[in-house]
Design a protein around this ligand. Sequence first.
Ligand code: SF4
Length: 419
Amino acid sequence: MGERFKLSIKKIISTSSRTIDLLDRMFYNQGVDATLSLLTSDMHLEPDGENTCNPIINGKTMGNVPLTGAQSDFIPISEVVLPNGKKMKVLKTLLTSACERNCYYCPFRAGRDMRRATFQPEQMAQTFMDMQKAKLVEGLFLSSGIAGGGIRTQDKLLDTVDIIRNKYQYKGYIHLKIMPGSEHAQVERTMQLASRISINLEAPNTARLEQLAPKKTFTEELLQPLLWAEDIRRNQSPHQTWNGRWPSSVTQFVVGAVGETDLELLATSEKLYRQSSLQRAYFSAFSPVRDTPFENLPAEDPRREHRLYQASFLFRDYGFGLEEMPFDDTGNLPRETDPKLAWARTHLLTPLEINRATRTELLKIPGFGLKAVETILRQRRLNKFRDLGDLKKLGILADRAAPFILLDGRLPAQQLALF
Ligand code: SF4
């Protein structure tokens, strides 16, 4: 390592509740501050965690707006929410913002006029550990532009995380990307080191990917590593992983840039949930980036992203099949109504008796989430549900369910008013 000294230029890292002057909190190598600032700008395009959170910059979250320039004065720290509800401050960064690919939507695409930056693995590892020790971040999301091919780039990512895990003995959260075209052994090593892995498919199939990212190949470079990850999970012991467990896989789709339908996106997602134990498909509403081939395309309606998430949870968690999704003639979901309610209006024509319905049936009732269904199943062993108040006092949103249920043989009073 070179000489370490206090940051020469005052930089502020902002979190949701306070700003932190780095001068008071940590030491950096010369140039690290500027490099990190360049590498983390635009990383809000990459979702992480169970809930997508916008990065927090200077106390304000960034919205879903077209990019107008680098946030060069700040290092964004993202707050992610994990499946267990825990919130975590994560440094979301690239190892290099140089890229030889030319994906049409991406701010880092080859040939775009922008300042690029690169960390060597040791520099990145040291920088993250400094921030982690200063309690500025609790976890790392590490991705990269592709420089020298996917295999070489993946090696650099692996070198970085190997240093963090084995030299610095870090036992916390690391979400590591798998680069397009990575080899089987690299996927396996990534899974040994990471808490979560992601391989972004970007598009639902080969034809759509060609319109979005002409230098990526759908099956060989993107889908294959996802399938290898599942094969490794099923057939290999995790005893060489950092925590004794294989990490989950996630993927991301760019939504709304090339005319793909909700049916295309959800058909691919549903298949991945079934075949590759995908933990989550992220849907990222397209937002144009200046100085890219797609800069003049309109931003996608964020409601579409929301409806896709709702639909994907229906077949991931609620037992719905793809064929039950309320697609219209164009293969898209209704924007104005949530897909579970739209399904119920055409399929739940006979109200279900809450005191006798099966778990599968209860899960299909609008307003009943996973927790509500477990509560109902537990509570009805003790007492019959007789009116909406019995549900409401358990914290269940009963009004939404009212048109579709019977309580002890009777329609809830509210049902008449709703129809
Ligand atoms: S490979 Fe990744 S970083 Fe490079 S242009 Fe495509 S999306 Fe952007």
